[in-house]
Design a binder for this molecule. Structure first.
Ligand SMILES: Cc1ncc(COP(=O)(O)O)c(C=O)c1O
Length: 386
């Protein structure tokens, strides 16, 4: 006797098993058990930048699983070294050290610990509407009340300032501040792009007070916004860069990248059993090489511009606003987004919400031009016809 009603899910946090079941994927397409195809406009939540079954990632994890699947971080491994070297080669010279973990939330947790330990200070300044994950530290930096409230008390010392308000940020950062933590584009919070002035103000305030600056690029990282890293749009280089999602082509990974100077000030220890396994690092190396070779940042910029041009006809009649950078786009509707997502799904297109009214597009960067064009046409029809 499980006490589970018929039709209820076995998964914690999922009430009914009425979700679409998908059994196979290739590129930006999925298929259900009956062979019906769906185009991924966001179903992989940003982790699927290379799509399903990218041949380089499949080859890398197949070969690596024969060679060496798991090794504790107490031992060196050439695949891990090669991955870290390649990652750092894509970043400004100031970045020199990487802590590897398994998820975005873990990348955030590491940044919080590094910042508090390196500065000896307690305060963390984050942004309203920001999202940083659901572990207790990351949740404390996250803004939305309904995500936080059932789990209070959260970690003390966190304050939130209005996003894109340089003066408010400047006021909040003081000599008790360890860390300013920001997303260059707020993804879950509704797709809001940080202004270069806001990011520059964060850099100036942290330099003025001796706090550290972290950019959470878990969703924007690795080519999604039209640059390999979203901070490149503003030219503001943080002290800590947080990556996860697509970094290893769909294999779990998290990375907290920082400078030699910050690493030298870190006191204490931090560790994760599965952080930086040879399997994840082999996948990560293959994913980075493919992203650069296939010029996916340029592709994201080009396909994103197509979407901005085509969907702008929905504003202002059918939608309030269209926002985004590259292939991280948000169409803010005048009503709830859920029925529109259901209509898109029934036509074979899987998009995402960002809050109650924003239709978020976060497709694989390898999406076929035709699928992207068809997806945009479907949105024009579904949203345009109400
Ligand atoms: C900006 C940002 N940070 C952190 C996270 C948390 O990542 P994960 O779900 O891998 O813990 C997410 C997840 O959506 C995110 O978008």
């Amino acid at each position: 006797m499980s006490g589970r009603p018929a039709g209820a899910s076995r998964e914690f946090g999922v009430r009914e098993e009425s979700r679409l079941a998908l059994v196979r994927g290739q590129g930006a397409r999925f298929w259900d058990a009956e062979g019906r195809a769906y185009v991924d406009l966001g179903a992989t939540h940003g982790a699927g930048s290379l799509g399903s079954g990218h041949p380089d990632v499949v080859r890398a994890i197949t070969e690596q699983s024969h060679e060496l699947l798991y090794l504790g971080s107490g031992y060196a491994n050439p695949v891990r070294t090669a991955f870290l070297d390649r990652l750092l080669s894509l970043l400004p010279d100031s970045f020199a050290r990487v802590f590897l973990s398994n998820s975005g939330a873990e990348a955030v947790e590491a940044a919080l610990k590094i910042a508090r330990s390196a500065t000896g200070r307690p305060k963390v300044v984050a942004a309203m509407r920001g999202f940083h994950g659901r572990t207790m530290g990351a949740l404390s930096a996250t803004w939305r009340r309904e995500l936080r409230e059932p789990f209070e008390p959260l970690v003390p010392g966190f304050v939130h300032v209005p996003f894109n308000d340089p003066a408010a940020l400047d006021l909040a950062v003081d000599r008790s501040t360890a860390l300013v933590l920001l997303e260059p584009v707020q993804g879950e919070g509704g797709v809001h792009v940080a202004s270069p002035e806001f990011l520059a103000a964060a850099r100036a305030a942290t330099e003025r007070t001796g706090a550290l600056l972290a950019f959470d690029e878990v969703q924007t990282g690795i080519a999604r916004t039209g640059r390999l890293f979203a901070f490149e749009h503003s030219g503001v280089v943080p002290d800590l860069l947080l990556l996860a999602k697509s970094l290893a082509g769909g294999v779990p990974i998290g990375a907290t990248v920082t400078t030699e100077e910050v690493a030298a000030r870190f006191r204490g220890t931090h560790h994760s059993t599965f952080g930086g396994t040879p399997l994840a690092c082999a996948a990560g190396l293959a994913a980075l090489e493919a992203t650069v070779r296939e010029r996916l940042a340029e592709r994201a910029e080009r396909l994103g511009a197509q979407a901005l041009a085509r969907l702008s006809s929905l504003v202002p009649q059918r939608a309030r606003e269209l926002r985004g950078l590259g292939l991280l786009l948000g169409l803010e509707l005048r009503e709830k987004v859920a029925p529109y997502l259901a209509r898109l799904q029934s036509r074979g297109f899987l998009a995402l919400p960002a809050g109650a009214t924003v239709l978020r597009l976060l497709p694989p960067l390898v999406i076929a031009e035709e699928d992207w064009a068809d997806g945009l046409s479907a949105i024009l029809e579904v949203v345009g016809n109400g």
